[in-house]
Design a protein around this ligand. Structure first.
Ligand code: NAP
Length: 424
């Protein structure tokens, strides 16, 4: 029976859902060997280094990934970097099909004066820092100030603001990187302002995230009732379901009596950032009241931009406007793309399931004769390859380390430590 070999580059949600879609299409007449190549010594992409650690339920999707990984014909090749340990050209030559699932790792920039000042950082740095991503272990966010401004009105801005505004003792039972819990416990930040350039009715937050906010035990969450009511009037009698649900959730927040916690998270709508000012570091953000000439400033020592992401370009792969250039996931010849690298940084983790399945259907339609059999190990120079069983050793060691502390795991952060736990 024809057995095709498919390489998937990137072991995040989109990569696993692509592998799952291939496995689901297997029949007695058709089977796949899947080699999943990952730059880090650990798989799971954003489920490990993106999802907020105080939202552990979202991470349970990793069980699906582990089921895919233990099916016949699946091989993990972790700690292998595309462009360094192997090229896209070689993959395309040897495999019947290659699927790029490398996500969007670079934070979009505002492009306003002062953005380069110390104290002005991106969620694309802050999030992997608190999640123990090896590349951000030494990133030191400026937490020595009273006020932080988060720019953007999406779920990433919300995660970032919550992580800054909650009492860090609430993180003790999570898998937040230990270095981040330590730094957040020493943080002087007591006021976190989320600024949105448009009104509440246009915010990209989703309502479950808004409805979670009042559950913060040690943080006063504040929204202006006048602003929310004005948005409700602007949306008229039949707002879209999601907008209505968001506005209802916002109204619940705005209606709450203020508490006397010393930590506050405040929402500021219709605020377009135009400049970040400071001598040696961030001292204030200047905003324009959206739709008017009026400007105002917020003094702060930290600004975190959470306004979306762009995919990193890959040598030999066409790229345009922060994405891999593609038509419905087809890139060229036997090359395909799924997930955020394909469609941009939108949707929740589950969105990648149907997205990947649609691309895999096209990939399977395009298949011809299987190419000659080979082993990827023979094409890569490094011997420090993390296989599924190495990863299982890392996974068990992290879970065991967390157990006595009531944590789901304690993440190893350095590459060396991860390789050691894997037995390499
Ligand atoms: P997002 O949902 O696209 O939100 C980006 C926000 O940045 C928008 O409010 C946008 O405002 C604003 N923005 C863009 N350019 C701006 C600029 N130049 N100045 C000021 N504001 C600007 O992106 P995200 O928050 O990065 O999230 C990415 C995806 O991951 C989303 O689909 C999100 O739902 C998902 N996610 C889900 C969860 C969860 O389920 N818990 C957690 C995290 C992320 P405009 O609308 O005005 O452009």
């Amino acid at each position: 029976m024809p057995q095709f070999k498919v390489a998937i580059v990137g072991a995040g949600p989109a990569g696993y859902f692509a592998a799952q879609a291939l496995q689901n299409l297997q029949t007695e007449q058709l089977s796949f060997t899947i080699d999943m190549i990952e730059r880090l010594p650990t798989p799971w992409g954003l489920v490990r280094s993106g999802v907020a650690p105080d939202h552990p339920k979202i991470k349970t999707v990793s069980k699906v990934f582990e089921k895919v990984a233990t099916n016949d014909g699946f091989n993990l090749y972790g700690n292998i970097e595309l462009g360094k340990d192997i090229s896209i050209e070689v993959l395309m030559e040897k495999y019947d099909a290659v699927v790029i699932a490398t996500g969007s790792a670079n934070g979009k920039r505002l492009g306003i004066p002062g953005e380069e000042l110390p104290g002005s950082i991106s969620a694309a740095e802050f999030v992997p820092w608190y999640n123990g991503h090896p590349d951000f272990a030494n990133f030191n966010p400026e937490l020595d100030c009273d006020t932080a401004v988060v720019i953007g009105a999406g779920n990433v801005a919300m995660d970032v603001a919550r992580m800054l505004a909650l009492d860090p003792s609430e993180l003790d039972e999570t898998d937040t990187a230990l270095h981040a819990i330590d730094a957040l416990k020493k943080s002087a930040i007591r006021t976190v302002i989320i600024s949105a350039r448009r009104g509440p009715e246009h915010a990209a937050f989703t309502s479950p995230e808004l409805r979670d906010l009042p559950k913060l035990e040690h943080t006063n969450v504040w929204m202006s009732k006048t602003e929310i009511e004005a948005a409700i009037i602007r949306t008229g009698d039949s707002p879209e379901k999601d907008v209505k649900s968001n506005l209802d959730a916002m109204l619940l927040i705005a209606d709450r009596e203020p508490t006397n916690h010393d930590r506050t998270m405040r929402f500021h709508f219709l605020a377009t950032p135009i400049e970040i000012k400071g001598n040696d570091r961030v001292e204030e953000v200047v905003f324009q009241k959206t739709g008017s000439d009026e400007t105002f400033s917020i003094e702060c020592g930290l600004v975190i931009t959470a306004i979306g992401y762009e995919a990193e370009s890959i040598d030999g792969v066409p790229y345009e406007k922060g994405k891999v250039l593609n038509t419905e996931g087809r890139v060229e010849e036997n090359l395909y793309v799924v997930g955020w690298a394909k469609r941009g940084p939108s949707g929740v983790i589950g969105t990648n399931k149907s997205d990947a399945a649609a691309v895999i259907n096209l990939l399977v339609e395009d298949l011809k004769e299987p190419k000659p059999v080979f082993n990827l190990s023979s094409l890569i120079t490094t011997d420090k390859v993390i296989s599924q069983s190495h990863w299982e050793s890392i996974n068990s060691a992290e879970i065991a380390a967390g157990e006595p502390h009531g944590k789901p795991r304690i993440k190893a952060v350095s590459r060396e430590e991860l390789l050691r736990l894997g037995g390499l």
